[in-house]
Design a protein around this ligand. Structure first.
Ligand code: LHQ
Length: 260
């Protein structure tokens, strides 16, 4: 039984709720371990075809629990702490071969911004705020933010947020491409539930392979990306959902994708 998160799978959608609302869902060691365990489950359970990550209460995630961090003892450096914890969360979300939606209900700060950025889409409430927060405590970015943020908002805005501490509200996040969609707070749950349901009924392996090519293409030349696409398409063409999609099209009926 998890202490710091809620985790449930229903109709193909796993919902992971960070659940320390009185700390704005700041990440402590227990929460980090529980998120990693939930990600392992999402990876291996074929019944999970979409992951939604969100926060309980008024925050999404305020980053490292600074109170706990002050009290951590032992030989580990902060680098060790990151390698074992937040780095694994960022990579786990980013490389999960299933769609990941961050449901940004409130403030996402520091490593919490990293969690939001590592998702495939960010659906934000109009009460959401995005804060790098690292510089506020004299730190450089971690948790993947230095890599993910400039790819979404461009280097100039990333610098403003990372070095200047600029906090971005929901409307600006939408303009910047940081949020895919902004909804009134009271419509956030239903908007994300509908999107997650659509994604959970889509060709899951095709989505996973789409993530694979998108991520790989970012570091390739066009010629290399074309070759990689060709290799991955050889995999996609062998999926049951590809066959179903073509059969449904030819029969003029809606497809029934199974994720296989
Ligand atoms: C918190 C936190 C928090 C504990 C709010 N911890 N209690 C990696 C490795 C090693 C070291 C450090 O960091 C990292 C990566 C990082 O994540 S660095 C960035 C760490 N996070 C921050 O610096 C953010 C700190 N929080 C804030 O600046 C504000 O709380 C924000 C802007 C997030 C929200 O402001 P408000 O909406 O005004 O809320 P609040 O400040 O009143 O917070 C509500 C409660 O949550 C409050 O407790 P209290 O007992 O007074 O009600 C805060 O102390 C607690 N809280 N963040 N990270």
């Amino acid at each position: 039984m998890a202490e710091t998160i809620l985790f449930a799978v229903e109709n193909g959608v796993a919902t992971l709720t960070l659940n320390r609302p009185d700390r704005l869902n700041a990440l402590n060691r227990t929460m980090t371990a529980e998120i990693l365990e939930a990600l392992r489950l999402c990876t291996r359970d074929a019944a999970v075809r979409c992951l939604v990550i969100t926060g309980a209460g008024r925050g999404f995630c305020a980053g490292q629990d600074l109170e706990e961090f002050q009290m951590l003892e032992g030989p580990d450096t902060v680098g060790d702490h990151l390698r074992r914890g937040f780095n694994q969360i960022a990579l786990g979300l980013y490389t999960l071969e299933k769609p990941v939606i961050a449901q940004i209900n409130g403030v996402a700060a520091g490593a919490g911004l990293g969690v939001a950025l590592a998702a495939d889409m960010r659906i934000a409430s109009d009460k959401a705020r995005f804060a790098a927060a690292f510089i506020g405590i004299g730190l450089a970015p971690d948790s993947g933010v230095s890599w993910l943020l400039p790819r979404l908002v461009g280097p100039g805005k990333a610098f403003e947020m990372l070095a200047g501490g600029a906090v971005v509200d929901a409307a600006e996040a939408m303009r910047l491409g940081l949020a895919n969609q902004v909804t009134p707070a009271e419509e956030l749950d239903s908007t994300v539930a509908a999107l997650a349901q659509r994604l959970a009924q889509a060709p899951t392996r095709g989505i996973g392979l789409t993530k694979r090519v998108l991520h790989r293409a970012a570091t390739l030349t066009l010629a290399e990306a074309l070759e990689y696409e060709a290799q991955v398409q050889d995999i996609a063409i062998g999926t049951a959902d590809h066959r179903e999609g073509v059969a449904a099209f030819l029969a003029k009926r809606p497809p029934r994708f199974t994720g296989a």
